[in-house]
Design a protein around this ligand. Structure first.
Ligand SMILES: Nc1nc2c(ncn2[C@@H]2O[C@H](COP(=O)(O)OP(=O)(O)OP(=O)(O)O)[C@@H](O)[C@H]2O)c(=O)[nH]1
Ligand SMILES: [Mg+2]
Length: 262
């Protein structure tokens, strides 16, 4: 039987800052294993590195010799995870003409197999698929201390209350600060405003979510078993919660798109 050409394109985007020890393993897991298990999709991987002092990008360049679907975008300085995703989304739309853009962390906290489930839900008609730690089957790491649990539980709730209450997304989106997502390009990401974001740091997560929801995306959550970071250092700092809170307020009360809420 002859193979039909794959028509749909998915781009998986991983932002990295000092992830040298883990990124090679992650690239292999995706390009050598997971992508081969996905039917009907041509999968690409883009690493957006902020010229990490540990030279994460060198590992990526070496792996590029082995995988021709592996791409690298290098920012000159550390501009934040939100900026990295803006660059990644633009690369996916303009250079690769991707149909779906996937966000996933580089440190194995999101199981790489989740990508299979994200694309399954896109195939079933969702426009925005989110990995949730708050629905049945999803979990936060057992080793998290009080502060991290507090910010994840209370912070996530406050963010979605500010952004969505009392509209239907308030109940539908249980984990607004998740970093595992798949977004449909046509009609959604290609309509998004990525040039004047309120936050280029972790607040970008709720900003992308807010825009997808106001554009009328059909949202679907899948359970996410969020793992403990095994190696490397967290980039979450004390300003992160404030950044997310400030972004939520700006979105709800300053964003003209709010009038399109459903
Ligand atoms: N390019 C780029 N990547 C970043 C930046 N900040 C974080 N990242 C990457 O974004 C991903 C998520 O960041 P993490 O520090 O793991 O955040 P987290 O998973 O919420 O926190 P931990 O549980 O502590 O790991 C990782 O792959 C980071 O390397 C940044 O400023 N620039
Ligand atoms: Mg992490």
């Amino acid at each position: 039987m002859s193979h039909l050409p794959k028509s749909k394109k998915a781009l998986v985007i991983i932002p990295t800052y000092n992830e040298r020890e883990v990124i090679g393993k992650m690239i292999d897991a995706l390009c050598d294993n997971i992508f081969k298990k996905i039917n009907g999709w041509e999968c690409h991987l883009l690493i957006v590195d902020d010229t990490s002092p540990d030279k994460t990008y060198e590992v990526v360049r070496l792996k590029q010799k082995r995988y021709n679907n592996l791409h690298l975008y290098l920012n000159e300085t550390k501009l934040g995870i939100g900026n990295a995703y803006v660059q990644g989304f633009k690369y996916g739309i303009n250079k690769l003409k991707a149909d779906v853009l996937i966000e996933i962390d580089g440190d194995f906290q999101h199981p790489p197999e989740s990508i299979i489930d994200l694309l399954k839900e896109i195939d079933r008609g969702a426009d925005y698929v989110m990995g949730s730690r708050k629905i049945k089957g999803g979990t936060i790491p057992k080793g998290w201390g009080f502060k991290r649990i507090f910010f994840s539980q209370v912070g996530g709730f406050v963010a979605r209350f500010i952004m969505f209450f009392p509209f239907k997304s308030f109940l539908q989106v249980t984990d607004p600060t998740t970093g595992l997502k798949a977004s449909r390009v046509k009609g959604f990401v290609d309509q998004m405003n990525m040039d004047n974001l309120y936050s280029l740091k972790f607040g970008y997560k709720i900003e992308f979510l807010f825009q997808m929801v106001t554009l009328g995306a059909k949202v679907k959550e899948i359970p996410l078993k969020f793992q403990l970071r095994q190696i490397g250092e967290s980039k979450i700092d004390t300003n992160t919660a404030l950044d997310v809170f400030r972004t939520a307020i700006n979105l709800r009360f300053r964003n003209p798109m709010v009038k399109n809420f459903s």
